[in-house]
Design a protein around this ligand. Sequence first.
Ligand SMILES: Cc1cc2nc3c(=O)[nH]c(=O)nc-3n(C[C@H](O)[C@H](O)[C@H](O)COP(=O)(O)O)c2cc1C
Length: 207
Amino acid sequence: MVTRDYADLPMKIKLPEPGVSGVSRIEELLAKRRSVRRYTEKGLPELIISRFLWAAQGISSKDGLRTSPSAGALYPLEIHAVVGEGNGLEPGIYRYIAEEHTLTREVSGDMRDKLAGAALSQPMVRKAAVSLVISAVYPRITGKYGKRGIRYADMEAGHAAQNVYLLGMELGIGTCAVGAFDDEEVKRVLKLPANEEPLYILPLGYI
Ligand SMILES: Cc1cc2nc3c(=O)[nH]c(=O)nc-3n(C[C@H](O)[C@H](O)[C@H](O)COP(=O)(O)O)c2cc1C
């Protein structure tokens, strides 16, 4: 961890303590949020998988707005669930269709080993009951914002991932934002189309 020396800065104001318990649920969850890399063997019921997908990218308004903010409401993100053995869904890789809150199975079988292999063999990706993979279809947003749209889509992935972290803390389910992986290999495992770029892997498992 990097520490910085702020000793000589002028006009410093000591802020009131934020208070992390008994203030609000969201502040308690923010204070609790940590990256968790070890999980129990317990699988995730279908309803829990559904709740995580909704938290990441679900529709939360009548006019189709979602749980995560999106530049121009263009929604360039896609979410896949890589489901291992022992969960409330058959093992496989599923694409989340936010507009319908449905899943479509794109690959059959437990692909966690393959996904972990693509993620520099990080053990939590191998061990997680389910991993969510956030990817971006940049052309959906670069049409309006040009090159800057790439930055916007990447920022959105951060919003979606934070939603997953916070829901996880509420449910006793850990995650860890994983950005270290081989893009092409993840694309191969998920059978992503050429225009869809993986940004984050979020392994999920009970703590
Ligand atoms: C963009 C990004 C990429 C990350 N990639 C990895 C990763 O590949 N593997 C990993 O174990 N942690 C990864 N992390 C998690 C960080 O290591 C973690 O957030 C940091 O150590 C602070 O700990 P905390 O999240 O528990 O507060 C990543 C975090 C971010 C924001």
